[in-house]
Unconditional design. Sequence first.
Length: 147
Amino acid sequence: MVQPHSCPNREQVVDTMIGLTRLSIPDRTIVAGSDSPELYVALRRRGFIRVATTATCRVPRGQHAVGLITGQNSIQAIEAALAQISPFLCTSAAIAVLIDSRESTFSLRIRAKLEQMGFRIEAGVRCQQGLVLSAYRQGFGQVENAA
């Protein structure tokens, strides 16, 4: 059951993630993190029908255009979620990550990890629950083929 006092915060994060990734109804979206079931439901309520979690999507084939990660509390948990979601994302995917820590070194490590995975940071927006970073991966397939 959704707690009434947490609803506005969650809605703000969902709105921010949708806006930053330019998520549209036809986009295939994969969600990860400890709050992924709640994020999944919030997206479905808004009409996004092509949403899956890493637990419900059977085979990672790089078929998703957008990845969303929420609910992490440590750098290790976010890095694990990034590693888990990466095989599901296509070569020109967008990703948004909720970082709930206020430490700047924490967000710098996540930025470095995203860049290592072929993403380019586009924006960071401060919400009540933390910082939402968005990044885009373009031409990552060319880099993978060259390596």
